[in-house]
Design a protein around this ligand. Structure first.
Ligand SMILES: [Zn+2]
Length: 196
C-alpha cells in the first residue's frame, strides 16, 4: 500500500528497533524499558513516532502500522499532531469475526525436524500431523495454541477494539471485509483508501 500510494510505511515495531539501535537519548530511554520487559510509556512512544514522521520521506504522508493501540494513545497522538498542524486522515478497519480470528491464530503447526510451517486452514499438510517435505512430526508452539490466541484476542478487545468507535465518531473509519483471500483484502484496502 505504501508503494502504491507513495506514502511512507511507519511501523511501531521498526521505530522501536531503530530507536534502540540508534543510541539517541530517546532511543536509549525506550530501550531501558524494553530491556526490563516493560511496555514503553505512551509519551515516549509518541515522541518517537513524531520524530519519525518529521523526516523527509514522510513529507507526502504516512501509513501508521501497529500504532496507536489504545484510545489513550490515539487521544495523545491527535493532540501532538494538531500542534504540528497535522491530523490522522483515514483509519482502515480490517474486520474479521472472532471465530475466524481464532482459527487463523491457532492453526499454525511446525515440523519438529525441518521447521516448515503449516496452517490447518490456509496451508494444511497432505497427511494430518506429518510434514510434506520430510515426514517429520508437526507440533504447535505454545504461542500458537487456542488458549494463547484467546488471551491475545482478550487483550485486543479490551485495549484496542475501542479505537473502532473512537475513529468512527471522528468520521475517519473505513471498513474492509478481512474474511477474504489476502490478495482481495489488499486490493480492497487500497481501493477503499483511494476512493475516500
Ligand atoms: Zn519437515
Amino acid at each position: 500500500m505504501a508503494k502504491e500510494t507513495g506514502l511512507a510505511h511507519v511501523a511501531s515495531g521498526d521505530i522501536f528497533r531503530e530507536a534502540a539501535a540508534s543510541g539517541s537519548e530517546l532511543g536509549l530511554l525506550a530501550k531501558s524499558y524494553m530491556d526490563r520487559g516493560e511496555l514503553v510509556p505512551d509519551d515516549v512512544t509518541i515522541r518517537m513516532v513524531l520524530e519519525r514522521i518529521s523526516r523527509p520521506d514522510c513529507a507526502k504522508g504516512v501509513i501508521l502500522d501497529g500504532f496507536p493501540r489504545t484510545v489513550e494513545q490515539a487521544v495523545a497522538l491527535d493532540a501532538a499532531l494538531a500542534e504540528m498542524g497535522k491530523a490522522i486522515g483515514k483509519v482502515l478497519y480490517i474486520k474479521v469475526s472472532t471465530e475466524e480470528l481464532l482459527r487463523r491464530l491457532s492453526g499454525r503447526w511446525i515440523c519438529r525436524q525441518c521447521q516448515t510451517p503449516y496452517h490447518m486452514v490456509s496451508a494444511p499438510p497432505q497427511v494430518v500431523g506429518k510434514c510434506d517435505r520430510c515426514g517429520g512430526e508437526l507440533y504447535q508452539r505454545a504461542d500458537d495454541t487456542i488458549e494463547t490466541a484467546r488471551n491475545r484476542l482478550g487483550v485486543y478487545f479490551r485495549q484496542t477494539a475501542p479505537l473502532i468507535g473512537y475513529y468512527e465518531r471522528a468520521g475517519k473509519l473505513l471498513e474492509v471485509n478481512g474474511e477474504q483471500d489476502v490478495e482481495v483484502v489488499g486490493r480492497e484496502m487500497l481501493a477503499t483508501l483511494v476512493r475516500s
